[in-house]
Design a protein around this ligand. Structure first.
Ligand SMILES: CC(C)(COP(=O)(O)OP(=O)(O)OC[C@H]1O[C@@H](n2cnc3c(N)ncnc32)[C@H](O)[C@@H]1OP(=O)(O)O)[C@@H](O)C(=O)NCCC(=O)NCCS
Length: 215
């Protein structure tokens, strides 16, 4: 097995960001070998410097040939599908790559799990746990003793206060703020520019200042 190859799932704008952070970090000796993407018009085309090698379902052909998978599809509507795709890929025995941009400040008393992306300028404070396959975009501040659940997406410039708990598959929109001790339930969406001051149940859409439940 060539442990140094990384296969990217999704040839999108999000992959452009991930590749840039990967290259900025200098990697750990790994190299990107290309993408899998379900948009068949991209097959054999070069996107952001790397070739599209097949559809996502072709992943089995890469068993034993790549060391890591980098999941690079980011969309509010795609979070549950992200979970399904990642579970299938994991069941095939693939490992997922974690990227931390070199300008991120990460407390060594925090825990960062597998397949996580942490973008430029992010701050992660002590006691915080970032679970598997979480994405944290540029400039977000995740304060002390937070828990961010699997697959969740934190857009740019989000600020969470201390002891915040964000469930699995949650989307937090750009420039939102979350009050200390607030809990946000699984698969909920926080709209752009919101101030969340109360707990949010599972599967809710909230936005505004203060954030209200919309549906
Ligand atoms: C909350 C959100 C998901 C709703 O999207 P949507 O279902 O397509 O809703 P629409 O954009 O059609 O907006 C519906 C209404 O809610 C309002 N609205 C939407 N999001 C809002 C927000 N965050 N704050 C206040 N009002 C908002 C709209 O103005 C519109 O009002 P109107 O009916 O009076 O015209 C979307 O607005 C949002 O915030 N997305 C996150 C964007 C983001 O952070 N991206 C990061 C990418 S890195």
């Amino acid at each position: 097995m060539d442990n140094k190859k990384i296969l990217i799932i999704g040839a999108s704008h999000h992959s452009k960001v991930l590749i840039d952070s990967f290259l900025s970090s200098g990697g750990r000796g790994e190299e990107i070998c290309g993408y899998l993407d379900d948009n068949t018009s991209l097959l054999n085309k070069t996107v952001n410097g790397y070739k599209v090698l097949g559809k996502i379902e072709d992943i089995e052909k890469f068993k034993g040939k790549v060391g890591f998978v980098l999941y690079a599809i980011a969309s509010i509507k795609f979070i549950k599908k992200k979970e399904d795709i990642i579970k299938k890929i994991k069941n095939l025995g693939f490992k997922f790559y974690t990227i931390i941009h070199p300008t991120a400040i990460i407390s060594n008393q925090s825990v960062i799990n597998e397949g996580v992306f942490i973008g430029p300028g992010v701050i992660i404070q002590p006691g915080t746990i970032i679970k598997n396959h979480v994405t944290i975009y540029s400039g977000s501040i995740i304060e002390h003793d937070n828990k961010i659940g699997d697959y969740s997406f934190i857009a740019p410039g989000v600020v969470t206060s201390g002891n915040v708990s964000i469930g699995k598959g949650v989307f937090v929109g750009t420039r939102s703020c979350i009050k200390n001790n607030v809990q946000i339930g699984d698969y909920s969406i926080v709209g752009i520019g919101s101030n969340v001051i109360n707990n949010v149940e599972k599967n809710k859409l909230v936005f505004g200042n203060p954030a209200r439940v919309i549906k």
